[in-house]
Design a protein around this ligand. Structure first.
Ligand code: PEP
Ligand code: MN
Length: 286
């Protein structure tokens, strides 16, 4: 105990623990931190069966390997759409299965971890919960891979200390997601910290992906920041895509339509070659 009290706020996540870097493999075979990029795409919220089915088909065709979609939504206003809950998880999993995609979705409440874990390959901890330590312990103990988003005002050290909580449960399958931090400037929703990518690669062995959607809050900025993220060494991306962004129940202003997402993936090919990464293989769609 005395020895533990004298430790730094993180030890297990340090790069020195695994100089070669960690690769985190999901049940379906998607790997974060390997030669191939991991590309998660889908709506902010799962809304209807038609919406998630059309999106899964489109993002799989374009070259994504994971489907994202919120069923439990952390909304600033308690009057805003809160997500479909269990039904949303079922629709998400079914659509992903039809198109050969892995599933990433957020869990907000420790009491929902088992339910979300039944439907997801990767449990997302949202920015607002990065320092919700009881939740981190419960997701860690679930044994499922965890996507830990950066808190809205979290320093790199606070973020790594939060990841340490999960590793301390014995679960080392943690992926970090840079999603922008609060700044003084309302021109963008958040300030996407691209420098965090190479900085984290020095400090930790954990894979790191970037969310240019929440990171900017502006659809027109998503593609350039996605390219920049991969150029900076990100292991993957999390991108919001919606069949009709203007009608989205949440985050429409930062969501790409299918054509825009397809173009992003196309442009990413050249960048991935330049940095020695492979694109996920495009799968045949039924
Ligand atoms: C999300 O990914 O839908 C989300 C709510 O993101 P964040 O926690 O980064 O705001
Ligand atoms: Mn969103």
């Amino acid at each position: 105990m005395e020895r533990i009290l004298s430790l730094n706020s993180y030890e297990l996540v340090r790069r020195e623990c695994k100089p070669e870097g960690s690769a985190v493999a999901l049940a379906g075979g998607v790997i974060f931190g390997g030669a191939t990029l991991a590309i998660a795409a889908g709506p902010c919220s799962v809304e209807t069966e038609e919406q998630i089915e059309a999106t899964a088909a489109a993002v799989a065709r374009a070259g994504a390997n994971l489907l994202r979609g919120g069923a439990f939504k952390p909304r600033t206003s308690p009057y805003a759409f809160q997500g479909l809950g269990r039904k949303g998880l079922e629709l998400l999993r079914a659509a992903a299965m039809r198109h050969g995609l892995a599933v990433v979705t957020e869990v907000l409440d420790p009491r929902d971890v088992d339910l979300v874990a039944e439907h997801a390959d990767l449990l997302q901890i949202g920015a607002r919960n990065m320092q919700n330590y009881p939740l981190l312990r419960v997701v860690g103990a679930s044994g499922k891979p965890v996507l830990l988003k950066r808190g809205l005002c979290a320093t790199i050290d606070e973020w790594l200390a939060a990841a340490e909580y999960i590793l301390l449960t014995g679960n080392d399958r943690v992926i970090l997601c840079e999603r922008g931090i609060r700044s003084f400037d309302p021109s963008t929703r958040n300030l996407l910290d691209i420098a965090a990518v190479p900085l984290l690669a020095q400090r930790t062995h954990l894979p790191i992906i970037v969310d240019p959607s929440h990171g900017t809050g502006v659809a027109a900025l998503v593609e350039p920041m996605a390219l920049a993220a991969v150029a900076a060494g990100a292991d993957g991306l999390l991108v919001e895509v919606h069949p009709n962004p203007a009608r989205a129940a949440s985050d429409g202003q930062q969501s790409l339509d299918f054509g825009q997402f397809e173009r992003l993936v196309e442009r990413l090919r050249a960048v991935s070659v330049a940095v020695g990464r492979q694109m996920p293989s495009t799968r045949a769609v039924a």
